[in-house]
Design a binder for this molecule. Structure first.
Ligand SMILES: Cc1cc2nc3c(=O)[nH]c(=O)nc-3n(C[C@H](O)[C@H](O)[C@H](O)COP(=O)(O)OP(=O)(O)OC[C@H]3O[C@@H](n4cnc5c(N)ncnc54)[C@H](O)[C@@H]3O)c2cc1C
Ligand code: FES
Length: 279
């Protein structure tokens, strides 16, 4: 069992948890993820390792409660334990040798982008972060990003905080202002990663995106996380989750991810634990 050491609500839907998992904490690198199962009836759910502390033996996850399993996890508290917590899985992001990088996060994707920004900054790179949110009330990790980047630009779609507009507008204006990035990392909703890649493509700026297909085993066996990159079939759990943003077939990924939408809604509606009324 894996004990929840710390729980912090970052906004109304996003929770940070530190989990006691010393073996994972020892090996975790930026870009890798874990798969958890709340209990013996739970689904296997992938979440990025947002941070880790080898000395304390803890792994940090930051997740948005969007459906049955993430809602169940968010109902657990400090001192409770999760049945399964497996990792580190996936290929770590290659972050050596870059001098000037722009890390672009969208919504909860900022939590997935944070460890890469931190690792790049600690490697001595100049790191600009563009953190995009729909609105002020869901802004997360502002102080954490400030500590690991050269410039932090926050954008909100409705203009209630930071600059009004999309992350793509800000990225375009930074490129137009003469910033010469040798890498852009984009992590967030699939359309956002697609359009960030479209902004960087004409300039030949290397762009990494972190893909989020449905994953089951997380070890390359089931084929659930199949994606097409550069015309070739890849398995995101072992070949990724990071891929060349200019080569990804985003439309196929969106289609495959929506395959179980109806079933996922039913799951939330019928789950007895989620619908339980306090006695
Ligand atoms: C490598 C990877 C890293 C991720 N890291 C994070 C993270 O750090 N924080 C975060 O909030 N979210 C992250 N996600 C997304 C997260 O796994 C889904 O939000 C979660 O699975 C939803 O499950 P649910 O039962 O709560 O919701 P459901 O209602 O079952 O699903 C909601 C949506 O989540 C996605 N999803 C459902 N099951 C899976 C699955 N087994 N594998 C992948 N996606 C699924 C689907 O797009 C679905 O439409 C990551 C996904 C991947 C693949
Ligand atoms: S999750 Fe099964 S092959 Fe990747």
């Amino acid at each position: 069992m894996f004990k929840i050491i710390k729980k912090k609500q970052l906004n109304s839907a996003v929770t940070l948890m530190e989990i006691e998992a010393p073996y994972i904490a020892k090996k975790a690198k930026a870009g890798q993820f874990i798969i958890f199962r709340v209990d013996e009836h739970g689904e296997r759910i992938p979440l990025t390792i947002a941070d880790s502390d080898a000395e304390r033996g803890t792994v940090t996850i930051i997740y948005q409660a969007v459906g049955r399993s993430t809602i169940m996890l968010s109902q657990m508290n400090e001192g409770d334990s999760i049945l399964d917590f497996v990792g580190p899985l996936g290929t770590a992001t290659h972050l050596d040798g870059y001098k000037k990088v722009c890390v672009v996060g969208g919504g909860v994707g900022n939590a997935i982008a944070y460890p890469s920004a931190k690792a790049l900054f600690n490697n001595g790179a100049e790191v600009d972060v563009i953190a995009g949110f729909r609105s002020k009330d869901i802004v997360i990790l502002e102080d954490e990003f400030k500590a690991v980047c050269s410039h932090l630009y926050i954008t909100t779609d409705d203009g209630t905080y930071g600059e009004k507009g999309f992350v793509t507008n800000k990225l375009q204006s930074l490129i137009d202002a003469g910033n010469q990035y040798d890498l852009v990392i984009a992590i967030g909703p699939i359309p956002m990663m697609k359009f960030v890649s479209k902004v960087t493509e004409p300039y030949g700026i290397k762009t990494l995106v972190s893909l989020n297909p449905i994953m089951i085993d997380g070890t390359g066996m089931c084929g659930g996380c199949r994606v097409t990159v550069g015309g070739e079939i890849k398995f995101a759990c072992v070949d990724g989750p990071d891929f060349d943003g200019h080569q990804v077939d985003y439309d196929e990924l969106m289609k495959r991810n929506s395959f179980y939408k109806e079933r996922e809604h039913c799951d939330v509606d019928t789950c007895r634990m989620l619908n339980a009324k306090p006695e």
